[in-house]
Design a protein around this ligand. Structure first.
Ligand SMILES: [Zn+2]
Length: 820
């Protein structure tokens, strides 16, 4: 029965035995779904407390860097001298330390390249084909690898005394054996030189590299994972030296950086850190403009579009050294080009330690006009929103660089972001799509957001992508809704919970709790599903007050520290008093989706049990349930008389009284029933009857498997509505089907689940009783004959004027526009 049951009477029963049906052995075993997580989580200890906070003896290592690097623009090559001071703050004695050589991923024999499946042999932006297919981009990448040697050329590694240390390279990792073990509380300095060819990012697909601009034959460089970095040594996994396979990003130690960047003299440099020698590298005018930007009401050009355009035309062979220092960062990235426009605007925040931050953007003229309009505003907006959910922005600068056409990547204080307008080939007229506009704002919010997660809340990216991408996408979504209403974050959908349902019903799913490099369906798994989960948690499970407090607590407990998933799960419960084990289990450890169907609703009013009141009602009910026989009706219509009609003397007591006629015995029993009721029972009965209370039993069936709260909209006959949220705990005895009791003074006409799209329920059609007829429009179509008529096709005129020699060249793939 799909619709509301018609009014029936229900007798109050004296004793009610709660006898819940257990759904043993089904996918929705409640004892499994609601089992506490303790068995899956690491045992708390001295470094990580059971509350989810850092433990009393929490420790982490530290690595300080001094680097002098030169950019050779002719050879697209970096050469560097590097020194690392590594402090062992662990309780362990280390016989060796590990260095990560990320650029080695581009070597021909790297684990990443040799283990690449055919479908992934294109660049990061390549659409992955199925079957035997090869894109232009994949062939271009193959040729770029053929033409260049990538990876580090390393000198010997020496200690502070100049002694050469034994090293062993294993793919993207290098072990440095220490002549004397590094005891707890001591440090070691290592020194070495290295060189590396910079990858052509457009051809190779990478998080850093160079970009070539054929129009004016010049380049921009954006350098990421560009120098050898210390591998993290942690209390939970020892050395985190899982090889760099591309997806699993970077797990790093905090430290101070002192970096000298020697670049062509006409370059503008954007970098992690604070510029130490502005008088040597900036003009007096640029320095004055920067000063002006500190208090400006809108972004101020430090280098104007016109100046950048003039700059990119003149190429100089002299060099200049920019020196940056960065304190307490886990990485260091920079960008350099003669093409950069530079704008800046001061950001003030309520933080005694860091009341002022400079927001800045660097971009070529190709990014205009949208970059000067949106970039720095997006940087400022991110800090405003994210700080509310975590902590004040922790660094002196926040930078957005336009380093590629689309996509983005994050580093401490600096982010590389995509999206540019399109110039019409003939007229040169600039236009940009809706996708470009919101893609640009969105990617900048996302990447600057990463300066909080994981650049400050330093989660292990090589192990868990969701801990940075998921949390960050969740906050990005909040920030985007605060940028502009109906911000199209998820394609044409503005609600992450509507976007995620297709993925959550798809095959080939792995749980969110899957290692970064083995995730299938990477984007929805590591970005949107955790963002959707946190959205459900905030708006439908915990409510904003409890969620926001707990989330801020997590961020503050773990800022400049290294949280694991358990620390997040535990802190969210610890700070809110909400048992969320079922939620982590379902959303993070499982692959079920949310689909709950609202089933039957049965309506009752309480019976007086008085035969003179109830029997007539029962008679009506009986007649409605069991109408007279159709044959009898036809007989009557035919004028057929029954024998009893023809011989009235055959009628007796039973012809006068049907089964529903009350007898004195019934009346005596009713009197007896009332007398035997206790006083309070009689009061309950009389009050309920007087109020005319309606009793509803509403069935719900869990079709998706994921247990969920049930935000309900109850609509009454008088047109009024009531929002009623059933917590997910209702599924704890039976996770497949449950019945909820409602007693109301008003008559209910419908029950709707998730009217406000709060729980990612995948099938909206079964969310209301009585069901609605879905209304839509249908387009008529013509059948088409698709048969190829080759003889007719051969008669078609050739379009264009292909020259004979062009035809001969036709097998050459037009990979790149010819360089000027
Ligand atoms: Zn991200």
């Amino acid at each position: 029965m799909k619709n509301l049951a018609r009014s029936t009477l229900i007798a109050l029963v004296i004793a009610l035995t709660a006898n819940m049906v257990q759904a043993k052995g089904m996918p929705g075993d409640p004892d499994k779904l609601f089992a506490q997580l303790d068995t899956l989580l690491p045992t708390p200890g001295v470094t990580r407390a059971a509350s989810g906070a850092p433990g009393a003896q929490y420790w982490q290592q530290r690595a300080d860097y001094r680097i002098r690097v030169s950019l050779d623009e002719k050879r697209h090559r970096l050469t560097a001298q590097q020194s690392i001071t590594y402090m062992n703050r662990s309780p362990d004695t280390l016989n060796y330390i590990w260095l990560q050589l990320d650029q080695n991923i581009f070597k021909d024999d790297s684990l990443a390249r040799r283990s690449e499946v055919a479908a992934n042999s294109g660049t990061r932006r390549d659409s992955v084909g199925t079957g035997d297919s090869l894109s232009f981009a994949a062939m271009r990448r193959h040729q770029a690898f053929e033409d260049h040697e990538y990876g580090y050329e390393m000198s010997a590694v020496r200690d502070a005394a100049g002694r050469v240390l034994r090293t062993t390279v294993n793919d993207t990792m290098m072990r440095i054996d220490l002549p004397t073990p590094l005891r707890p509380g001591t440090s070691i300095e290592i020194n070495f030189e290295w060189a590396a060819n910079i990858v052509d990012e457009a051809a190779i697909g990478a998080r850093g590299g160079y970009e070539y601009f054929p129009k004016n034959d010049t380049y921009q460089y954006f350098l990421a994972q560009w120098f050898p970095r210390l591998v993290a040594y942690t209390d939970y996994t020892g050395w985190q030296h899982k090889q760099f396979l591309d997806r699993g990003e970077f797990t790093l130690e905090f430290g101070d950086y002192d970096v000298e960047l020697t670049v062509p003299a006409d370059h503008i440099v954007a970098s992690t850190g604070v510029l130490q020698n502005p008088a040597e590298v900036l003009t007096a005018q640029q320095r004055a403009r920067l000063k002006q930007a500190e208090t400006a009401k809108k972004p101020v050009f430090v280098v104007t579009p016109e100046e950048a355009l003039a700059n990119e035309k003149a190429s100089i062979s002299a060099t200049r050294t920019w020196r940056f220092k960065a304190a307490n960062v886990r990485d260091f990235a920079w960008a350099s080009s003669r093409k950069y426009i530079w704008d800046a605007m001061g950001y003030r925040q309520n933080d005694a330690q860091r009341p002022f931050v400079m927001a800045m953007s660097f971009y070529p003229n190709e990014g205009e006009p949208i970059w000067s309009k949106y970039s720095t505003h997006a940087v400022m907006h991110t800090m405003e929103v994210y700080s509310r959910f975590s902590f004040p922005y922790p660094y002196p600068v926040a930078i957005s660089v336009n380093s590629w056409e689309r996509g983005g990547m994050e580093y401490p204080m600096i982010t590389f972001n995509g999206y540019r307008p399109t110039a019409d080939e003939k007229s040169g007229k600039l236009t940009y799509s809706r996708n470009t506009k919101y893609g640009l704002i969105g990617v900048i919010i996302h990447e600057v957001g990463h300066i909080y997660f994981p650049m400050t809340v330093n989660s292990d990216e090589r192990q868990w992508t969701w801990m940075d991408e998921g949390l960050n996408t969740f906050l990005e979504y909040i920030a985007e809704l605060e940028w502009e209403e109906n911000f199209p974050t998820f394609g044409d959908k503005t609600n992450v919970l509507d976007f995620i349902t297709d993925y959550m019903q798809s095959k080939d799913q792995v749980p969110i709790m899957t290692n970064s490099d083995t995730i299938v369906q990477f984007g929805p798994n590591a970005y949107s599903k955790p963002a959707a989960a946190l959205s459900v948690l905030r708006e439908a499970v915990m409510g904003r007050d409890l969620f926001d407090h707990a989330f801020r607590e997590y961020a503050n407990r773990w800022k400049f520290k290294r949280p694991t998933p358990a620390d997040f799960f535990r802190t969210m419960e610890d700070a809110s008093g909400v048992d969320l084990d079922w939620f982590w289990r379902g959303w993070f450890y499982g692959t079920d989706h949310v689909d709950v169907a609202v089933g039957d609703i049965r309506e009752y009013q309480v019976s007086t049990q008085d035969p003179d009141v109830e029997f007539p009602l029962k008679r009506k009910d009986f007649a409605a349930d069991w109408p007279e026989s159709y044959s009898q009706r036809l007989n009557r219509n035919e004028g057929r008389q029954t024998r009893a009609d023809r011989y009235p003397e055959l009628k007796d007591f039973y012809n006068e009284n049907d089964a529903f006629a009350a007898t004195n015995k019934d009346r005596n029993e009713f009197k007896d029933f009332r007398e035997k009721l206790r006083d309070w029972e009689r009061t309950v009965l009389d009050r309920s009857i007087k109020a005319g209370e309606y009793v509803y039993f509403v069935d719900f069936r869990n079709l998706g498997g994921l247990v969920t709260p049930l935000p309900l909209t109850l609509t009454y006959a008088d047109g009024s509505t009531e929002e009623y949220s059933v917590p997910a705990e209702i599924w704890r005895y039976n996770a497949v089907e449950i019945t909820k009791l409602f007693v109301r003074k008003k008559r209910l006409v419908s029950v709707e689940l998730d009217r406000n799209h709060l729980i990612a329920d995948a099938d909206k059609n079964n969310n209301i009783t009585p069901r609605r007829i879905e209304q839509s429009r249908i387009e008529l179509f013509k059948g088409r004959d698709r048969e190829r008529n080759q003889m007719l096709d051969a008669l078609a005129e050739l379009t264009g004027e292909p020259k004979a020699e062009k035809q001969a060249d036709a097998k050459d793939l037009p990979l790149q526009p010819a360089a000027k």
